[in-house]
Design a protein around this ligand. Structure first.
Ligand SMILES: Cc1cc2nc3c(=O)[nH]c(=O)nc-3n(C[C@H](O)[C@H](O)[C@H](O)COP(=O)(O)OP(=O)(O)OC[C@H]3O[C@@H](n4cnc5c(N)ncnc54)[C@H](O)[C@@H]3O)c2cc1C
Length: 415
């Protein structure tokens, strides 16, 4: 049994930032990572655009990850790779963690844990496409892994379903590698990815984006030979007579990411229905004392810089383990898709709460408003709000005179 003050599960950018800040607060820290190398998903993100906020530089994914890996390796932090956490349970005031690795089972014990397990992609099974089940249907992340890590081109001609950022990035990547991308088909009337990715990955490469369209059927016995696409109505139902068959050897899916929280759930951590990650306070502590969450496991972020910021705060809080007190919930009002944190713990500092949120729809102008017991205590105007683009704001909740029975609500008003 190896014992630590803080154990971080997941060695991606969130886990590395959490480990560094927990160490800087004086904790004895370990990082457990199931893959052979640290860096998480950034290992396969060879495009640039990472680190503009954190480092003021445009870095490729592996470069961004390397900065944190170098820092963690230079500190007295133990890192265990090829170490898959299979089970966690609370044992009084500590957490017992079971892992499987090359040498068989291993056991760890920690006073606090940071869950930084990232997220996974929704698969074909979750979007219910009819037809056969041939090879050639895979997620954009899998295609990215083939091209960027294994050096294999998984398609000669493909259709991309969903306009999430990974799909957009792969549309450009596959084109640069010599594949033909027939088009990107998005069921919603607006794209799901960042505006900059629509321009840099589709427009700059003349790849068509078909909004309000979906893939309704796949064809092929061993390998995919074609897909059927159709326009959808305002209830997202395919419109009869608009079907079109496209010959292709791959269907690439970019239809959403789901925070990976099986370990959290096994500990009884409450999951927020809007972020699909742990319900958390301003230090990113979950509903279970001593269990913290960071990065894409907490909330799917669009920028890794925000992942590192929130993880650093979670790591520091895990090291300090300030005892928790009464919490005031932040109720979700109109105009907001999701936000973190979900509650303010009155026993912990709340004068600089980093509040991340997404709007429920496109808004040219919107005002974020926070009310306490019906009185407006805070407002801030924003321009060009879009659901794929997460917003960040710092709020001094200590100025609101919160009490245990305060009713706090947040809303986004369209102007
Ligand atoms: C294709 C793509 C393009 C992107 N482009 C950009 C961009 O241009 N700019 C930008 O700022 N951001 C971008 N991002 C977002 C950014 O990469 C992510 O926000 C960030 O990597 C999330 O970090 P994380 O540490 O939370 O998760 P991850 O990087 O996914 O790391 C999680 C780690 O946890 C490990 N793990 C999970 N479960 C266990 C377990 N049970 N036991 C042990 N280990 C476990 C995993 O193996 C993994 O290494 C992109 C993401 C993707 C996928």
């Amino acid at each position: 049994m190896k014992e630590y003050d803080v154990i971080v599960i997941g060695g991606g950018p969130a886990g590395l930032a959490a480990a560094e800040s927990a160490h800087n607060k004086g904790a004895h820290v370990a990082v457990l990572e199931r893959e052979a190398r640290l860096g998480g998903i950034l290992k396969q993100c060879v495009h640039d655009g990472f680190g503009l906020i954190r480092f003021g530089e445009k870095l490729a994914g592996p470069e961004y990850a390397e900065r944190y890996i170098d820092t963690v390796k230079s500190l007295d932090i133990d890192t265990y790779t090829l170490t898959f956490v299979t089970r966690m349970r609370r044992n009084g005031n500590v957490f017992d963690i079971d892992c499987v690795g090359r040498d068989g089972m291993s056991k760890f014990r920690a006073k606090a844990v940071v869950l930084a397990t990232g997220c996974r992609e929704r698969t074909a099974k979750q979007v219910l496409i009819q037809g056969t089940r041939p090879a050639g249907v895979f997620t954009a992340g899998t295609a990215q892994n083939y091209v960027n890590l294994m050096g294999k081109l998984p398609a000669k001609k493909c259709v991309i379903l969903g306009s999430g950022d990974i799909g957009l990035i792969m549309a450009r990547r596959l084109t640069l590698e010599g594949a033909e991308v027939e088009g990107v088909y998005e069921v919603k009337p607006e794209p799901s990815g960042l505006t900059r990715n629509i321009h840099q990955c589709l427009h700059d490469f003349d790849i068509p984006l078909h909004l309000s369209h979906t893939v309704t059927r796949v064809f092929g016995a061993d390998r995919l030979t074609a897909v059927e696409v159709a326009q959808v109505d305002d209830k997202m139902k395919p419109v009869k007579g608009t079907e079109r068959i496209i010959e292709c050897d791959a269907l690439i899916l970019s239809v959403g990411l789901i925070p990976e929280n099986e370990l959290a759930e096994s500990l009884g951590v409450k999951i927020n229905p809007f972020t699909k990650g742990p319900d958390c306070d301003q230090t990113y502590m979950s509903s279970v004392e001593g269990v913290f969450s960071a990065g894409n496991a907490l909330n799917v972020f669009d920028l890794v810089d925000y992942v590192s910021e929130c993880a650093a705060d979670a790591g520091a809080a895990a090291a300090e383990r300030k005892s928790s007190g009464e919490c005031v919930r932040i109720e979700r009002g109109k105009g907001l898709l999701s936000f973190v944190p979900h509650r303010i713990d009155l026993a912990k500092p709340c004068d600089r709460v980093v509040f991340f949120f997404r709007s429920v729809k496109d808004m040219d102008k919107g005002t974020l408003k926070i009310s306490v017991d019906g009185r407006e205590m805070y407002k801030k105007k924003f321009a060009f709000l879009r659901p794929p683009e997460m917003q960040r704001v710092e709020i001094d909740f200590s100025a609101f005179g919160l009490k245990t029975d305060s009713a706090v609500s947040v809303e986004l008003e369209e102007n």
